[in-house]
Ligand binder design. Structure first.
Ligand SMILES: Nc1ncnc2c1ncn2[C@@H]1O[C@H](COP(=O)(O)OP(=O)(O)OP(=O)(O)O)[C@@H](O)[C@H]1O
Ligand SMILES: [Mg+2]
Length: 243
C-alpha cells in the first residue's frame, strides 16, 4: 500500500482524491476519478495506460496548464487547488515540458532553439549560450549545434526538445509520449538520458507512454485505466505485452 501522508521533502507530486471533469451541466463527463498517487525526486516515473484513459489530462493538471477543480494536488510543495494565476505561473516556470510533437522553431538552429527557453533563467547572452551548448553536449548533439530542425532525424529532434526542456534546470520534467515517434533503441536512450539528468539534478521525471518497452527503464510505474490509477503490476505488463 502507498502511504498517503502529508507531502515529505522528497515528494515532487502528491495527489489525493484528484478528480477532473470536462463539460458543464448535463454534458459533464468525469474523466479522472479520485486519484491518489505520488511522484518522488530522483526517479523516473512512468504513467502507462490506453488511449483515452486520461493521461494527458492528468499531465496538464500537474503542469498547472489546467485548473484543479476537485481534490488535492501538491506540485513542488505548492497546493494547486485554489492557487492564483501568479502562483500557477511560478510553478510552470519550474517545470520542463516535453511533448510528442517537439514544437521546435523551424527557422532557428538547434542551439538557438535551446537558448530561446533559457531567456528567463539566464539573462547574460554569453552564459546562456554556454549553458545551451553544455546541455546539447549532454544529449550528444554537440556536432549539430548549427543545424536546423528539418536537417535532423526524429530521434535527434526529440533530443533537442529534451535539451530545451532541461536547460533551465527544472525541478520536474513532464513528458507526454516523448518516444512515440522513435524506434525502440532511441526510445530507451531518451528514457535513460532523462533518468541520468534527473538523478544528477535531484529533479523528477513523469513520463506518459503506452510504449511498454520502456517499463524496465523506470524507477516506478503507475497504471491508469478509465481514469483510475493504480500501482502497475508485473503480471499486468506480461498480460499487456502478450497482446
Ligand atoms: N478538452 C477536452 N474536452 C472534453 N473532453 C476531453 C478534452 N480533452 C480530453 N477529453 C476526453 O477526456 C478523455 C481522456 O483524454 P486524454 O487526452 O487525457 O487521454 P490520453 O490517455 O492522453 O489518451 P491518448 O493516449 O490517446 O493521448 C477522453 O475521453 C477525451 O475524449
Ligand atoms: Mg494523450
Amino acid at each position: 500500500m502507498i502511504d498517503m501522508q502529508d507531502p515529505s521533502p522528497s515528494d515532487v507530486i502528491v495527489a489525493k482524491g484528484l478528480t477532473h471533469s470536462y463539460g458543464e451541466g448535463e454534458l459533464k463527463n468525469e474523466i479522472l476519478h479520485q486519484l491518489d498517487f505520488r511522484v518522488l525526486a530522483k526517479e523516473v516515473t512512468l504513467l502507462v495506460g490506453p488511449s483515452g484513459s486520461g493521461k494527458s489530462t492528468l499531465l496538464t493538471l500537474i503542469g498547472a496548464l489546467r485548473s484543479v477543480e476537485t481534490g488535492s494536488l501538491h506540485v513542488l510543495g505548492r497546493q494547486l487547488l485554489g492557487a492564483s494565476e501568479n502562483e500557477l505561473m511560478a510553478i510552470r516556470r519550474r517545470i520542463g515540458f516535453i511533448f510528442q510533437s517537439h514544437n521546435l522553431v523551424a527557422s532557428l538552429t538547434v542551439l538557438q532553439n535551446v537558448q530561446l527557453l533559457l531567456q528567463l533563467a539566464e539573462p547574460d547572452p554569453k552564459l546562456r549560450q554556454e549553458r545551451a551548448k553544455a546541455m546539447l553536449d549532454a544529449v550528444g548533439l554537440s556536432a549539430r549545434l548549427h543545424h536546423f530542425p528539418d536537417e535532423l532525424s526524429g530521434g535527434q529532434r526529440q533530443r533537442v526538445a529534451i535539451a530545451r526542456a532541461l536547460a533551465p534546470e527544472p525541478d520536474l520534467v513532464l513528458a507526454d509520449e516523448p518516444t512515440a515517434s522513435l524506434d525502440s533503441k532511441s526510445g530507451q536512450d531518451v528514457v535513460e538520458l532523462l533518468g541520468d539528468l534527473c538523478r544528477r539534478r535531484s529533479s523528477a521525471v513523469l513520463l506518459v507512454t503506452h510504449d511498454l518497452r520502456l517499463l524496465k527503464d523506470a524507477d516506478r510505474i503507475w497504471g491508469i485505466e478509465d481514469g483510475r490509477i493504480h500501482p502497475w503490476e508485473e503480471e499486468e505488463a506480461k498480460h499487456n505485452l502478450s497482446h
